[in-house]
Design a protein around this ligand. Structure first.
Ligand code: SAH
Ligand code: SF4
Ligand code: F3S
Length: 479
């Protein structure tokens, strides 16, 4: 049994496994009991991957597999992987070791790797390390039933073909771990941008958009089921584009946003991710026009220095980015802006790093996702540039970025004390079941006493306190 526990596994998992091995099979609370076979799926990486897992769930349901949240009860254990940084890949390896250990006591259990590591590591997983039974890339999920059958028959099953057309437009996702209030809708796949640090164009292939009709239908169906918020997902939503041969008309992202906003005034619309080079005034005006399109833009900067931005192949410079931010503030005065930052990209000097900090001071982001540069095999940067900033320096610069962001987040939240916001109640607060939590239009989390308010309701909440991560308030009236 020891090999099961030799890795860095969360306590709950060990506990679950121990109980299972002692014959105390866990209650299948969240398991779809009317199926004979069950799949378990774990997702890593971006929202896109989480959204894909819901497509996978739908395809597997169709093939007779019910979902379970307990991998020790599963016949098919899947891990939807991310390749964006080295650490993401290491986490996946640890989980695979755990699942492989579990196979020793359940020999018929199959383990599969999905998502962004599939293409890169298929050979290693299947042949060299023999860690998995199937490997399926992001565009091959329709093939899963066939691949699972092959794996059941003892073959190693693999399909990592990247398509130019696949959007899974007709597949109705099964919402996993859903709160029944907020959902993702994937509007496009892949990416054509070729930022030099980024592995996504290689793992997910060419950019393609999904038809507006199927997107609007999915939003409508969610609204009918009582969902109150949808997030439109793509690596670069502003380059969304749909046209048919039959009609000259092109549907842009601004058009799509409007169509989704019109589904219901009660259905909030968010989107991610925007690219500074592509976000248009049309998008900003559409946001300003509809109350239910949230005033929040995730606009990754990556670096505040023009030389580094050029090396990153981001196709904008410092001035362009500043002008975009000015434009956002002009058209939507109360718009939350967040960012992604990379510290210590190839050849970044101390002064160039300072440019990132000064840009942060200029924009004053509400929130940022912050990373140090991690070289990814096969990317433009890995081929062309030396990863020459010492790890120590990368970590120190990253810490400076994190500290500054924390200061800005705290200031921004302090600034909100005394204000009243319309909040969509999403869940019971983690800290106390007497408190509810939800976000305002700017994507800030607000916690407030439960009283008789309910999940899924819009409530006006007056803020009286704040930490750097959360606003704390009291409901003043239903919205
Ligand atoms: N499509 C989105 C980002 C997707 S990846 C966009 O263009 O903004 C999410 C974030 O991971 C990126 O914005 C970047 O900040 C970070 N990232 C990507 N590759 C990385 C790498 N090699 N090292 C460190 N961070 C990276
Ligand atoms: Fe990667 Fe750039 Fe595409 Fe984002 S826009 S997914 S960072 S290549
Ligand atoms: Fe990771 Fe793939 Fe998303 S590499 S960030 S899961 S697109």
């Amino acid at each position: 049994m020891s090999e099961l526990y030799s890795n860095d596994i969360a306590f709950e998992t060990k506990q679950q496994m121990a109980e299972h091995l002692q014959g105390k099979a866990l209650e299948l609370d969240d398991t779809e009991k009317n199926y004979n076979k069950h799949f378990y799926i774990e997702s890593y990486g971006c929202q896109m991957n989480f959204s894909d897992s819901e497509i996978v769930a739908s395809i597997l349901n169709g093939a007779g597999f019910g979902h379970t949240k307990d991998f020790t009860q599963a016949d098919l254990v899947l891990i939807n992987t991310c390749s964006i940084r080295e650490k993401a890949e290491q986490t996946v390896r640890k989980r695979l070791q755990l699942f492989n250990g579990a196979k020793k006591t359940r020999p018929n259990m199959m383990v599969g790797v999905l998502g962004c590591m599939a293409e890169r590591l298929k050979k290693k997983f299947l042949e060299e390390e023999k860690m998995v039974d199937l490997v399926v890339g992001p565009d091959a999920y329709r093939d899963l039933p066939k691949l699972v059958a092959e794996a059941e028959g003892g073959q190693k099953a693999v399909n990592v073909f990247l398509s130019k057309e696949e959007t899974y437009a007709d597949i109705n996702p099964i919402r996993l771990n859903s709160n029944g209030i907020t959902a993702f809708i994937s509007i496009m796949r892949g990416c054509d941008n070729m930022c030099s640090f980024c592995v996504v164009p290689f793992t997910r292939g060419r950019e393609r958009s999904r038809s507006p009709e199927t997107i609007v239908a999915e939003a409508q169906e969610l609204a009918n089921k009582g969902y109150k918020e949808v997030t439109l997902l793509g690596q670069n939503v502003d380059s969304y584009k749909w046209s048919t041969e039959a009609s000259e008309e092109v549907v842009t992202f601004a058009n799509l946003l409007e169509l989704v906003a019109q589904v219901s005034p009660d259905l909030r619309v968010r989107f991610s991710t925007s690219h500074p080079k592509d976000i248009t005034d049309d998008v900003l005006h559409t946001m300003a026009k509809y109350e239910n399109i949230c005033n929040y833009i995730h606009l990754p900067l990556q670096s505040g220095n023009s030389r580094i931005l050029e090396k990153m192949n981001r196709t904008y410079d410092r001035e362009w980015y500043m002008q975009k931010v000015d434009r956002i503030r002009e058209i939507i005065p109360d718009c939350g802006i967040s960012s992604d930052m990379i510290a210590g990209f190839c050849s970044e000097t101390e002064e160039e790093h300072q440019d990132t900090l000064s840009m942060m001071d200029y924009v004053k982001y509400d929130m940022s996702y912050m990373f140090f540069y991690s070289e990814r095999p096969g990317t433009l940067a890995a081929r062309k540039y030396e990863d020459d900033v010492p790890m120590e320096t990368k970590k120190r610069r990253l810490q400076e970025i994190i500290d500054l962001q924390q200061k800005h987040s705290a200031e921004s939240n302090q600034h909100d004390i005394g204000k009243t916001f319309k909040v969509l109640v999403e869940k019971v607060s983690k800290k106390s079941d007497q408190e509810l939590a939800g976000r305002n239009s700017r994507n800030k989390m607000i916690v407030f006493p439960r009283e008789s308010y309910k999940i899924g309701q819009y409530v006006h909440v007056k803020v009286h306190d704040a930490t750097s991560a959360t606003l704390i308030g009291k409901a003043v009236r239903p919205a």
